[in-house]
Write a protein that binds this ligand. Structure first.
Ligand code: NAI
Ligand code: MG
Length: 366
């Protein structure tokens, strides 16, 4: 059987950018003979409108069974006043939680043609291609005890950084597996100098490496030094693995090395399924962009690059993923730009559909 993809396009610009991904999926079938069983369903506000809930149990079950889920974006002003229990983002949170997606991949990739959008110097970022793997389901955002308590005559706010060996080991494995599909190099970041959880993190990552992935080059860095190095010379890294808190900060900082929100893909991976593929959800970093929804202005590249990640990390089609990325690189080099990629000097932007068509033409020429 063909591998299966569940598309959850969602709200706002979600369906607009996803339409361009569907063009590429169609192209792969027609021109490369690579076929997927694609099905579609509702998530977020549109699911609430249809069913009174942002994610039905039936959709949840289909997501669990799919080889990969592609998500557009959820939310919008129409739903802002809904009760929290049925808000669009609850649909996304339920997917992440029930699929147990503990490994969040945030690439920072800088296409040469966009290097001048970065706040850093061109030579520091041009051609950058790294991935930050952030542990997503544990650590200080979840640890107990937590709360604001009374202590004497003042209040104290408490969060607990807590990691078990198995939580560290599974995200480490996910990073090493990723490294094997890339350049065989992982840098692990923590603060073992001042945190117990950091000492355990370094121990467990080293154990998993020595026992299961001795072929991958492993280094360690304190997360604060890592932040500095990311800004100084990011190309020294390939895969960075880190905890939930440090990963939150480092991935946002790294993303901005590269420019526009409309360019940033992501993946969230869980445990391997029976067929060996990890549970996986791929989505652009951006939201539903209500300010431009319905106007054909959205940049579909973040969503298209998320699909390229699915090709590489769920379907072992690294060469096809590279083909898609090269096509994106080509259209950018040719000066094709959606409005979000125009500098202050302006120019004539293309529409969402025209950007997708330009990428298809570049694929045809590849
Ligand atoms: P946003 O990412 O939707 O938009 C921020 C700004 O970036 C807007 O000016 C938007 O026009 C622009 N932008 C975003 N994606 C773009 C693209 N592909 N092409 C061109 N321009 C793009 O974040 P915002 O405005 O904070 O949130 C809007 C809605 O999206 C809210 O309802 C929020 O809850 C939801 N949201 C959903 C997310 C998800 O589904 N994962 C993530 C973030 C926000
Ligand atoms: Mg953040």
């Amino acid at each position: 059987a063909n591998p299966s993809i569940l598309i959850l396009a969602g709200d706002g610009i979600g369906p607009e950018v996803m339409a361009e991904v569907k063009k590429i999926i169609g192209w792969m079938g027609d021109k490369r003979g690579i076929h997927f069983d694609v099905s579609e369903d509702l998530v977020g506000g549109c699911a609430y409108d249809a069913h009174g809930t942002p994610l039905t149990d039936a959709t949840m079950a289909r997501a669990q069974a799919a080889d990969a889920v592609l998500l557009g974006a959820v939310g919008g002003p129409k739903y802002d006043k809904l009760d929290f229990s049925v808000k669009p983002e609850r649909g996304l949170l339920r997917l992440r939680k029930e699929m147990d997606l503990y490994s969040n991949l945030r690439p920072a990739q800088c296409f040469d043609a966009l290097a001048d959008f970065s706040s850093l110097k061109r030579e520091v970022v041009a051609g950058l291609d790294i991935v930050i793997v952030r542990e997503l389901t544990s650590g200080v955002y979840f640890g107990e005890p937590r709360g604001i308590f009374k202590e004497g005559n003042e209040r104290v706010g408490i969060n607990t950084q807590r990691y078990t060996e198995s939580e560290i080991a599974r995200v480490a494995r996910s990073a090493f597996e990723l490294a094997r599909k890339r350049n065989n190099k992982v840098c692990s970041m923590e603060k073992a100098n001042v945190m117990e959880s950091g000492i355990l993190w370094r121990d467990v990552v080293t154990e998993v490496h020595d026992r299961e992935y001795p072929d991958v080059e492993l280094s360690h860095m304190y997360a604060d030094a890592g932040a500095m190095q990311l800004c100084r010379w990011p190309k020294q890294f390939d895969v960075i693995v880190t905890d939930n808190l440090f990963g939150d900060l480092l991935s946002d900082a790294a993303a901005m090395l590269t420019g526009s929100l409309g360019m940033l893909p992501s993946a969230s991976l869980g445990a391997p399924m029976a067929n060996g593929r990890p549970k996986a959800l791929y989505e652009p970093v951006h939201g539903s962009a209500p300010d431009i929804a319905g106007q054909g202005k959205a940049n579909p590249i973040a969503c298209i690059l998320s699909f390229a990640m699915a090709l590489r990390y769920s379907f072992d089609l690294g060469e096809e993923a590279t083909r898609v990325e090269k096509a994106v690189e080509k259209v950018l080099a040719d000066g094709v730009r959606t409005a979000d990629l125009m500098g202050p000097e302006g120019g004539s932007p293309v529409s969402t559909g025209q950007m997708g068509d330009a990428i298809i033409s570049a694929l045809d020429a590849s």
